[in-house]
Design a protein around this ligand. Structure first.
Ligand code: 5GP
Ligand code: SF4
Ligand code: MG
Length: 460
């Protein structure tokens, strides 16, 4: 998911819509904006894309007032119904409160059961609603105090943006798994998931919100609070590999440059004689450029992507996913026929994409097809906000690299090593003095307790 919040700007609603448009890659199922005009809240939620709904003056005109928050959603918990669309909204003694969440709570079911026993009536099936109920029963008075009390009880990954009658609040979980940045547009502060959402409205990037930090944007500017004990940092390494937009800067590093360095490292580790390097667009492009530069094998757009189809994995059913892949890519025969082709993609999840692409490239006359992947094998599900399927559906959980090569019918298959990935990031795996990341989907080393999963262990 993606979040955006802005305080004190006469066009807060319109700016939030633009910000969400830039974050569209983080979720295409639904979106919403809540604004406050000093007196009342205004809510606008919809299923589907930002541009399809938040483009008319009639809709934007309804989002009155100088502060607003917004959300783009792809479901990691809860189904796709309008009542699960965020920002969530609730009435408190202090007035209204709206909340938007990127991430995934790992003890939400456990807390929910306790809350239901205490009489709380849940209205959605999202994990995020747990935070609202924890606020409702909190002892503190002010919205900030209540939110602090609530987030201290939840476990998991969360970058939150909240709106109260007087302030916009941003919070990042203690390990900073999901991104959150602070920006400035004139005298106005913005808090959002990625810097590309600042660029689109002409705002300057100020800094990342720190892991475990809460920022309160109000009339006085920005106030920084520390509701949690410092615990180190475990930013999601998969944001660099795939999820974030390549023009964003995360934790001080360009996502695009990181992908190129990962591609170069991949070429150093498992380069092979070939005639052409072809990315699986769009996600494989920067890594393929890095691979081509490092190996000296020419880069060509040997696969063309149809841009009017969204990210296939976000479509919910297997049937549509199969269809989506065919709709999305076509081989560019002129660049492939008679050639030894190195294909570069960011990840193999179920293996559907790679299998189709290899088949397509062979059908277009490739002499050899070598697959190179700019992440280690995805062998474990993510419980922190990226929608990977259950473990049994992960190709790398079921198969060795050689079995996967055979499954996708490639002449060779190689993944970047975990060490190579860290090298490319200029980081050290578990050195507290250096940058370190969450890499659980590649290692099974989960940095945050999986309370719900242990409560209801998944069937293997
Ligand atoms: P597959 O077809 O192997 O299930 O999915 C791999 C493709 O989906 C890659 O091209 C990759 O860009 C994209 N993808 C990246 N991350 C994810 C993810 O977290 N989940 C899923 N299902 N697909 C992803
Ligand atoms: Fe990111 Fe993987 Fe960790 Fe999930 S498990 S937060 S995708 S690194
Ligand atoms: Mg892809």
């Amino acid at each position: 998911c993606g979040v955006f919040g802005i305080h004190s700007h006469p066009q807060a609603g319109a700016i939030t819509a633009l910000g969400l448009h830039a974050l569209q890659h983080r979720g295409q199922e639904a979106c919403g904006i809540v604004s406050h005009d000093g007196d009342r809240f205004h809510l606008e939620h919809t299923l589907g894309l930002v541009g399809d709904h938040f483009s008319s003056e009639a809709i934007i005109g309804k989002l009155k007032g100088p502060q607003a928050i917004g959300h783009v959603r792809y479901a990691t918990t809860g189904d796709t119904t309008i009542r699960n669309v965020q920002p969530l909204y609730a009435d408190f003694e202090f007035g209204g409160f709206a909340l938007a969440h990127n991430g995934n709570l790992t003890n939400a079911h456990t807390l929910r059961r306790q809350l239901v026993r205490r009489g709380c009536l849940f209205q959605s099936t999202t994990d995020t609603e747990t935070i609202v109920h924890l606020m409702a029963i909190a002892r503190g008075g002010s919205p900030v105090d209540r939110l602090i009390e609530a987030v201290r009880q939840v476990e998991g990954a969360f970058s939150l943006v909240a709106l109260t009658p007087n302030e916009v609040i941003g919070v990042r979980d203690p390990l900073g798994v999901r991104p959150l940045v602070l920006g400035k547009l004139g005298d106005t502060y913005i808090v959002t998931s990625e810097t590309c959402a600042l660029d689109i409205v002409g705002a300057d990037y100020v800094r990342d919100v720190e892991p475990g930090e809460m920022v309160v944007l109000n009339e006085q500017g920005v106030q920084s609070l520390r509701p949690f004990q410092p615990q180190g940092r475990r930013f999601c390494i998969f944001e660099y590999i795939y999820f974030a937009r390549p023009d964003s800067v995360m934790e001080g590093s360009s996502v695009y440059n990181a992908r190129q360095r990962i591609g170069a490292e991949l070429a150093r580790e498992s380069g092979i004689e070939a005639d052409v390097v072809v990315p699986v667009p769009d996600s494989g492009v920067p890594a393929a450029l890095g691979y081509a530069t490092q190996s000296g094998v020419p880069f060509e757009l040997g696969i063309i992507r149809n841009h009017y189809v969204g990210r296939t994995f976000i479509e919910p059913t297997d049937q549509i996913r199969h269809l989506g892949v065919k709709l999305k890519h076509n081989a560019n025969r002129a660049m492939i026929e008679g050639k030894r082709v190195v294909l570069v993609d960011d990840s193999i999840v179920r293996g559907t994409t790679s299998k189709k692409i290899v088949e397509m490239v062979r059908a277009a006359g490739a002499k050899e097809v070598h697959m190179r992947i700019s992440s280690p094998p995805t062998s474990h599900p993510c419980f922190y906000g990226i929608d990977t399927p259950e473990q049994s559906k992960l190709l790398a959980h079921r198969m060795s690299v050689e079995e996967m090569r055979d499954f996708i019918q490639a002449d060779s298959l190689a993944f970047i090593s975990l060490d190579g990935l860290y090298r490319a990031m200029g980081a050290e795996r578990r050195d507290p003095q250096k940058l370190t990341f969450c890499d659980a989907c590649f290692t099974g080393d989960y940095p945050i307790a999986l309370t719900d999963a242990l409560d209801h262990p998944p069937v293997e």
